[in-house]
Design a protein around this ligand. Structure first.
Ligand SMILES: Nc1ncnc2c1ncn2[C@@H]1O[C@H](COP(=O)(O)OP(=O)(O)O)[C@@H](O)[C@H]1O
Ligand SMILES: [Mg+2]
Length: 242
């Protein structure tokens, strides 16, 4: 089966005040449906840039990106927004809820332009997403009335309400204490168990070890990929037997 995500020789150069920053250099990897991948590496190595490219929030400077069988590196801004809305669920470090919308209105946002979904179905989906993160009892509250951990759980509900192909999380526990961080990680574990594909940037080893596969980036390049290591060991073990 074709991978859900395939990045081939992705490079990203930022140009600011005539200074070129090579944030990513020839990055290639694939993510299969149902995988849970952690991306780690030192500050400034390109993790957020990589996740923003995966989430179609940034465009590549060169290389190709295939998402669910479609080439997405040359889409227009409008087409990117459509694919993002349909296929991507994004969880940010700083929650990014809209302060003058209620919790249920925030969670419903990704469904706004889904005209094929009835109003009743939208309400059902919002309730279902809030239920999965144990926040249904706060549906009519506003973000400022919730703790950071609760806000992040709502952000997870917003990310999953549109049943995206992949969940992208950039340091989702970076602003949380360890107890709230664990609650969010437990929710991601449950979503993964139910079939979600997850790609999470984290510098916390306790978070990274929840994933099945760990990709390590340094200076804009992949320097480690746990799945490859696992496959390599498997090949070695098999050849040892033979
Ligand atoms: N919008 C931008 N404009 C210019 N430079 C950027 C931009 N975003 C990121 N960078 C630079 O790209 C590099 C990688 O950044 P980033 O992906 O945020 O790293 P990380 O998330 O691993 O800390 C850094 O040198 C950063 O300063
Ligand atoms: Mg970052």
């Amino acid at each position: 089966m074709a991978p859900l995500v395939a990045l081939t020789n992705i490079s990203k150069i930022f140009l600011t005040d005539e200074i070129e920053t090579h944030a990513l250099s020839k990055v290639s990897f694939t993510i299969s449906k149902g995988e849970y991948v952690a991306i780690s590496g030192p500050s400034g190595c390109g993790k957020s840039t990589l996740l923003a490219i995966l989430g179609l929030l940034e465009v590549v400077s060169s290389g190709s990106y295939t998402l669910a069988g479609h080439n997405v590196e040359n889409l227009s801004r409008q087409q990117r927004a459509e694919v993002r809305n349909r296929d991507i669920g994004f969880i940010f470090q700083s929650f990014n809820l809209i302060s003058d919308l209620t919790i249920e209105e925030n969670v419903a946002l990704p469904l706004t332009y889904r005209n094929q979904i009835s109003r009743a179905e939208k309400i059902r989906r919002v309730n279902d997403a809030l239920n999965k993160v144990n926040m249904l009892h706060r549906a009519r509250h506003y973000p400022s009335q919730l703790s950071g951990g609760q806000q992040q759980r709502v952000a997870v509900a917003r990310a999953i309400v549109g049943t995206p192909s992949i969940l992208l999380a950039d340091e989702p526990t970076g602003n949380l204490d360890s107890q709230n961080a664990k609650a969010v990680m437990d929710i991601l574990d449950n979503l993964h168990r139910d079939g979600a594909t997850i790609c999470m940037v984290t510098h916390d080893p306790r978070c990274a070890e929840r994933a099945q596969r760990s990709i390590v980036i340094s200076d804009g390049q992949i320097v480690g990929d746990g799945r490859l290591a696992a496959e390599f060991n498997l090949i070695k073990e098999t050849s040892d037997v033979v």
